[in-house]
Design a protein around this ligand. Structure first.
Ligand code: HEM
Length: 194
C-alpha cells in the first residue's frame, strides 16, 4: 500500500503532494500560518525521494521515533487500545504538519511535558479516540535538511468516525499546547483502493 524508496532507514517517510499516490486530497486548510498548495493527490513513501516526481507541489519528510513525553502508564494504555494505520475501513485520512515556536523549543523537557500533558491533557484526550483513529507521528527537526515543519502527523479513520475526529482536533487546538503552534496545515484525504 506504500511505495518503498531507496533509503534503508525504515523510520523515514516522505509525503508528496502532487498528482500521484493512493490518497485523493479533499481539502487543504491553513489552521495557523501559511498554507500548503492544494494538490490532487498525496503519496506516502517509506524512504526518501531524490527527484521530486512530475507534478509535485511540495514534499515533506519525517521519521518516526521513540516517545519523548508519554509515561509508562500512558504508553501501556495506548498500546492496549491503538491500531495501525491502513485498516480497510479507514478510508479517510488527515495529514497535519505542525511547527512549534522558538519559545516551545527553548523550554526544557520537563517544562514541555507539563504543558503537553499536565495542563493540555494531550494523551488523555487522544486516548478517548482510540482505536477509532489510528495515528503515526513523524519528527522532522533533526533530519539532514531543514524542514518547514517540526512534525508531520498522520491519522486514518472510518467515515463514520469523522465527527469524532473533528471533535478531537477541536479539543486539542483549544489547549495550552496549541498556543505554541506557529504553523499548522490540515490536509484531508479519501482513499480509493479496496
Ligand atoms: C488519535 C489520538 C491521539 C493520541 C492517542 C495522541 C497521542 C500522542 C502522544 C502519546 C504523543 C507524545 C509522544 C511522545 O511521548 O513523544 C503525541 C505527540 C504529538 N501529537 Fe498526538 N495524539 C493524538 C492525536 C493528535 C492530533 C489529532 C494531532 C494534531 C492535530 C496530534 C499532534 C501531535 C503532535 C504535533 C505531537 C508532538 C508534540 C511534541 O513533541 O511537541 N496528536 N501525541
Amino acid at each position: 500500500m506504500i511505495s518503498q524508496g531507496p533509503e534503508t532507514n525504515p523510520r523515514l517517510f516522505t509525503f508528496v503532494g502532487g498528482t500521484t499516490g493512493l490518497w485523493t486530497v479533499t481539502d487543504v486548510k491553513a489552521v495557523i500560518g501559511e498554507s500548503l498548495a492544494v494538490t490532487e493527490r498525496l503519496d506516502i513513501i517509506n524512504g526518501s525521494v531524490s527527484v521530486p516526481p512530475d507534478g509535485s507541489k511540495w514534499i515533506l519528510r519525517g521519521a518516526t521515533s521513540n516517545e519523548r513525553y508519554a509515561t509508562r502508564s500512558e504508553k501501556d494504555l495506548m498500546v492496549a487500545k491503538q491500531t495501525a494505520l491502513g485498516r480497510p475501513k479507514a478510508t479517510c485520512a488527515a495529514l497535519i504538519p505542525i511547527r512549534k515556536n522558538p519559545q516551545w523549543w527553548s523550554l526544557t523537557q520537563d517544562e514541555r511535558r507539563t504543558i503537553f500533558e499536565d495542563r493540555s491533557r494531550h494523551v488523555q484526550i487522544g486516548l478517548r479516540y482510540l482505536p477509532a483513529v489510528a495515528r503515526r507521528l513523524h519528527h522532522c527537526r533533526d533530519l539532514e535538511e531543514s524542514e518547514p515543519f517540526d512534525f508531520v502527523t498522520l491519522f486514518d479513520y472510518a467515515p463514520s468516525d469523522s465527527a469524532a475526529f473533528e471533535e478531537m482536533v477541536a479539543e486539542l487546538r483549544a489547549s495550552e499546547e496549541w498556543k505554541f503552534v506557529e504553523r499548522e496545515v490540515d490536509i484531508r484525504m479519501n482513499r480509493d483502493w479496496d
